[in-house]
Design a protein around this ligand. Structure first.
Ligand code: ZN
Length: 316
């Protein structure tokens, strides 16, 4: 009995040795094979992101568009709520701009507001639309989640000063403090560089050349384009209802005869009626064929282009 046991053990050893010899002959060291096999389970999910490119082929061949798409990719992957690389890719595809198509920019001032901004972001997300938020710097710390969501949805953030200051009433140094602080805060908290300034009360020295020159110089120093608006929704008018806003915003021409193409529309993400009106306005504009792009995208697509220190009320 013992002899048979020993024979079986010997046979096992021999076959093992033969196996090793064969694999060495095939140039495959059994030991070296090990990492390969253990790496397999992690290798397939790791391989997934590289199986598709990070960003889709660009519809506009320009440096600004490539940089904008890289920035969007970064913001979507860092702050967005996408389940995998394919979902990010699909979202970026949805954010592509047809340079020959109609487009306009929705802008929201004075937020973020914990109640209203959330509702507006819900409507934007549902409709795959994007907007520009001119935030008040003092509100950022308590609303970081909303800023993250704005960035994760591909929206743009602009500067509306730290405390909604009237820039015309400040000294040159004070102007630089309130504008610079907001830019620094956005960079420190989110690694985000702000490139748009909307002075509260549209106060950029319209009637005072010296003040205007200083505000323009400051905007250039801080790499900001100054953004007015083409059409206001009048949501800050107390007697204006959501329906009146809808009618006004969707009217083919405004009182100056200007249409909606290349327009910058003004809203405030602090009124319930504004959030209510967006549920109608956003799908209606898309139905009319408008691409809802950010202000920087709208200006970059225009003949003038986006220039720091320039004052814009629409994209020409
Ligand atoms: Zn404001």
């Amino acid at each position: 009995m013992l002899g048979i046991g020993a024979l079986i053990a010997l046979l096992l050893v021999i076959s093992l040795v033969l196996l090793i010899v064969r694999s060495v002959k095939n140039g495959r060291q059994p030991l070296a094979q090990e990492p390969e096999t253990t790496a397999l389970p992690t290798a397939s999910p790791m391989a997934e992101p590289t199986s598709i490119p990070a960003t889709p082929p660009l519809t506009i061949q320009a440096d600004w568009y490539r940089e904008r798409t890289e920035q969007l990719y970064h913001n979507l992957t860092t702050y967005g709520n996408y389940k995998d690389a394919a979902a990010v890719y699909a979202a970026l595809e949805q954010m592509q701009i047809d340079p020959n198509g109609k487009k306009l920019a929705l802008t929201f001032d004075d937020g973020p507001d914990s109640l209203i901004t959330k509702q507006i972001l819900d409507v934007l997300e549902e409709n795959h639309a994007r907007a520009t938020f001119f935030v008040k710097g003092a509100y950022i710390d308590n609303n970081k989640e909303l800023i993250r969501r704005e960035l994760g949805l591909g929206c743009e953030i602009g500067n509306h000063t730290m405390n909604h200051e009237d820039l015309e009433k400040l000294s040159p140094a004070e102007r630089r403090t309130t504008v610079g602080e907001l830019n620094d805060k956005m960079y420190q908290l989110f690694g985000y560089r702000v490139h748009l300034l909307r002075p509260p009360y549209i106060s950029y020295g319209k009637k005072d050349e010296a003040i205007r020159n200083d505000i323009v110089a400051m905007a250039s120093e801080y790499e900001l384009a100054i953004v007015n608006h083409t059409r206001s929704s009048h949501d800050s008018h107390e007697d204006y209802t959501a329906q009146m806003m809808i009618d006004r915003v969707l009217a083919e021409k405004d009182e100056l005869g200007r249409g909606l193409n290349n327009a910058i529309l003004l809203f405030h993400d602090k009124y319930q009626k504004t959030a209510d009106a967006m549920k109608v306005i956003i799908p209606a504009l898309q139905q009319q064929g408008y691409q809802l792009v950010t202000v920087s995208e709208l200006l970059n697509c225009s003949n003038e282009g986006l220039h720091y220190g320039w004052i814009y009320s629409k994209a020409d």
